[in-house]
Write a protein that binds this ligand. Structure first.
Ligand code: CP3
Length: 324
């Protein structure tokens, strides 16, 4: 999950020397090194490319920067005509540094470590593009979708096209699995969720499959509750990433019977450590680990998390065995 690096002293030390966050993402040598840091320490089964979902709006010509203590700040799209100003042509060239990072990683990672590429899902990326950054209620972006669904659809379609192209490019550079992050899927009523989140995910999944049938994709429709089951049935992904609130036995019976699941330790249980961390980890393993499962957090790791807690977690997960 995102922001893997910030809890590691070696990440903070490197970031202090590498300038702004977006430049760091687009400097292959540094981005590859940051991807490798947690692998060297913990030998995870998979490495997630170091980048950000907002690299795509940047490559589309939108202004994007990350401010200390404030998060991302974008030059917000405010009207339909702004969508037509997005620079779709030449996208591949502007994303070239990310592909170069993936290529380096394929050589630098241990052969048994799966390299996971990723992108933001269209709705989550569109929300940042319209709100101009993070948002509490997504009022501006959601109101646009309700008031002018035609132009909103145009933006979503543009993001479906470019995201599919971006993910295919990552596979061609060496990514072995893909994750699509729809971090803000949980804010919509059902019909809108289908239109702005489920349909785009299904289209992206189908396009990538047409180009590379063997590369699995995990979708993270965070916060969609019982509609996780619908995503499992309809979005076409091989795996779904469960957020922390999804009940485990329900996920086992209704979701894991259809697709692999990933998740969903509360990042704050990992920050807290001790008995609660151990008990929560055991509860997840005992409920989900016997069927297709990827242990992970239910959302991004917090920067204050002690690295020793991660060590304890990895040891516990590796020691787990299915009951005889
Ligand atoms: O885990 C990893 O390091 C892998 C790379 C990765 C990042 N962001 C690096 C990052 C991934 C997969 C992401 C995804 C991402 N980015 C999402 C979707 C997943 C999720 O967690 O919901 C979203 C919504 C973003 C947008 C984003 N990027 C925000 C809102 C912020 C600021 C958050 C904050 O608390 O400051 C970022 C910054 C960001 N992306 C950092 C990292 C390592 C922190 C940068 C730093 O301080 O060094």
């Amino acid at each position: 999950m995102r922001q893997a690096g910030r809890y590691l002293p070696e990440y903070r030390e490197l970031r202090a020397r590498t300038g702004d966050f977006l430049t760091t993402c687009l400097t292959p040598e540094v981005a590859a090194e940051i991807t490798l840091q947690p692998i060297r320490r913990f030998a995870f089964d998979a490495a997630i490319l170091f980048s950000d979902i907002l690299v795509l709006p940047h490559a589309l010509g939108q202004s994007v920067r990350f401010e200390e203590g404030r998060g991302p700040v974008l030059g917000a799209l405010t009207r339909a005509a702004d969508i037509d100003d997005l620079a779709v042509r030449g996208l591949v060239d502007r994303l070239a540094p990310v592909y170069e990072t993936v290529r380096r990683l394929r050589t630098d990672l241990p052969a048994q470590t799966t390299l996971v590429g990723f992108a933001g899902a269209p709705w989550t990326v569109a929300s940042y593009m319209i709100e101009g950054g993070s948002s509490k209620d997504f009022a501006t972006a959601k109101a646009w979708a309700y008031q002018d669904p035609v132009s909103f659809q145009r933006l979503i379609d543009l993001l479906v096209d470019t995201t599919a192209e971006y993910l295919i490019g990552q596979v061609e550079a060496g990514a072995e699995a893909l994750q699509l992050f729809d971090s803000w899927a949980g804010v919509w009523p059902e019909p809108a969720l289908r239109r702005w989140c489920l349909d785009p995910a299904r289209t992206i999944r189908a396009r990538v499959r047409a180009a590379h049938p063997d590369v699995p994709m995990i979708v993270f429709p965070r916060g969609v509750g019982v509609l996780y089951e619908t995503f499992a049935e309809e979005c076409g992904a091989e795996g779904l990433s469960l957020d922390t609130t999804v009940p485990l036995s329900w996920a086992r019976d209704r979701v894991q019977t259809k697709v692999a699941v990933q998740g969903n330790l509360d990042p704050i249980a990992l920050l807290a450590g001790g008995d609660a961390q151990r008990a929560e980890t055991a509860r997840i393993l005992d409920t989900l680990a016997a069927k297709p499962f990827i242990f992970n957090l239910g959302h991004g790791i917090l920067p204050q998390t002690p690295p020793e807690h991660v060590r304890t977690l990895v040891d516990q997960v590796r020691a787990w065995r299915a009951p005889a």
